[in-house]
Design a protein around this ligand. Structure first.
Ligand code: CP
Length: 309
């Protein structure tokens, strides 16, 4: 039976069913073909207006959403905090109410506050797409990660996925955990005990303190950046120490299966969580993740737009 998407917002993979996640991944497969054509544009969002509001830095997500909107033929407004009336004290809700009054259809929001997209989705009639909120959720990143895993491995169910690094502050980790568990993967998280709390075991992941243990059976290794901007204290002695114990380099690659995928959401801190030779090496799919992000974001915008009143 064909599945029908019914949500006007994409806020978190926690809220989505397995069927909804698969619907996005399957739709993204079709949109990936569009970007491989000579003419890379379709009229799916012609007449719709999308506002990209990024109140936190971004390269990949911002550019990828904007390109996805262009490829879908939407009209686009790009806003950033520095040049908006946030600087004069206007609230996020008032800003978005004004944008809604201009008959905008979808807002793509990145914000440092957990729950900001959920709040706006409740208050507004426009579609809201979460492009990353605080340490909470980054649904399109996890979707593009899962798309890449499925494309490369042919499945997600039953795969061993190890996520290594600053799990505590990572919206990418949370989103991957929710999505991967729903699709039947075995998820391991590893890193310093201060950044990988045991509490995560309650949601069904394996918490691992030893890097070799996290690497040896992994089909997929997803490395995360240390998020200094969200840390308020000394979680470990320094990046040199972190690289020595948890960094992926020629030495630690000896424990990695030869067909394991090396993934990273970016931006990569080369020489800390991942050495350049591995980031640019044959097992790395980091740039393919970026390519797939475009297809996934086209799919999300297309599905959300189809549910607007
Ligand atoms: N992966 C990711 O969210 O990267 P940006 O912060 O550059 O968008």
């Amino acid at each position: 039976m064909e599945f029908t998407w019914t949500k006007k917002d994409l806020l978190s993979l926690y809220d989505l069913s397995r069927e909804e996640i698969l619907c996005i991944l399957n739709t993204a497969e079709e949109f990936k073909k569009v970007s491989e054509r000579n003419v890379k544009k379709v009229p799916a969002l012609r007449g719709k207006t999308v506002v990209n509001l990024f109140v936190e830095p971004s390269t990949r997500t911002r550019v990828s959403f904007e390109l996805a909107e262009q490829r879908l033929s939407a009209d686009i407004i790009n806003m950033n905090a520095e040049t908006s009336s946030f600087r004069k004290g206007e609230t996020l809700l008032d800003t978005l109410r004004n944008i809604q009054a201009l008959q905008v259809d979808i807002v793509v929001l990145r914000h440092s506050c957990t729950g900001a997209p959920n709040f706006l989705a409740r208050e507004l009639n426009v579609g809201v797409v979460n492009a990353g909120d605080g340490a909470h959720s980054h649904p399109t990143q996890a979707l593009l990660d899962m798309f890449t895993i499925r494309e490369k491995k042919g499945r997600i169910e039953g795969l061993n996925v190890s996520i290594i690094g600053d799990i505590l502050h990572s919206r990418v980790a949370r989103s991957n955990i929710w999505g991967l568990l729903k699709l039947g993967a075995n998820v391991t998280i590893a890193g310093p005990s201060t950044l990988v709390p045991k509490e995560f075991e309650k949601v069904g992941v394996r918490v691992c303190r030893d890097l070799k243990d996290a690497l040896k059976d992994a089909d997929v290794i997803n490395l995360l950046r240390i998020q200094h901007e969200r840390q308020h204290g000394g979680y470990f002695p320094g990046t040199g120490e972190y690289a020595k114990i948890f960094g992926i380099n020629a030495e630690t690659m000896k424990y990695v299966k030869p067909d394991a995928l090396i993934m990273h959401p970016g931006p990569v801190n080369r020489g800390v969580e991942l050495d350049s030779a591995i980031a640019d090496g044959p097992q790395s799919v980091i740039l393919e993740q970026v390519t797939n992000g475009l297809a996934v974001r086209m799919a999300v915008l297309f599905l959300v737009a189809g549910c607007l009143k």
